[in-house]
Ligand binder design. Sequence first.
Ligand SMILES: *Cc1c(COP(=O)(O)O)cnc(C)c1O
Length: 218
Amino acid sequence: MPVNKEAYTQLNEQLRLSKITLVAVSKTKPVEEILELYNLGHRDFGENYVQELAEKAKQLPNDIRWHYIGHLQTNKVKQIVPFVYLIHGVDSLKLLKEIDKQAEKNNRVIDCLLQVHIAQEETKFGFGEEEVLSFKPGEYSHVKVKGLMGMASFTEDMSKVRTEFKYLHTLFKKLKTEYPQIEILSMGMSSDYKIAIEEKSNMVRIGSLIFGERNYQK
Ligand SMILES: *Cc1c(COP(=O)(O)O)cnc(C)c1O
């Protein structure tokens, strides 16, 4: 399925006007399709598998801002640290420490978001409220925590989704009051980004709306 340029252009324009960052989620999609968007001027792309990301990054222009949006295993951190732009899914302090360590080896300071567990499903990774609110960004020299990321429950019940986003925004505001470096709230995907924006997301991660349905689930 080709890239839906019309959907992209419309979405991009709308988000640009509201100063919301659009991360085009290109997982499972070929480099040719990423280049199509790149040639329209797009630079923020999201991937959620380390191997796939590392391979694509090698083949594509180096001014792309690569967002790592998946669950990251500590033993794979070093593969993306040399070039990744923003890691969205930091879900444990152990992982954050490993990113800090690898970033130091690479002479980089890496921007990260803490993933917050907002959905009711057991399977979603992330920090709980208390851990988020007691978090001290200053303890890491080579990691800069810039905000929060969350995924709502996978459900048709949009009032539930809205409640979860509202909750994440509340945590975001609290943390931001204490630490001005907290400025990114990454929430919203193809199915729920409109609600996420109404609940004050400023970064959305959108795949299928732009690239079409994925052939296999990743
Ligand atoms: C795949 C993925 C998305 C994008 O999903 P779409 O429904 O295709 O927009 C967003 N965020 C994360 C964490 C993902 O894994």
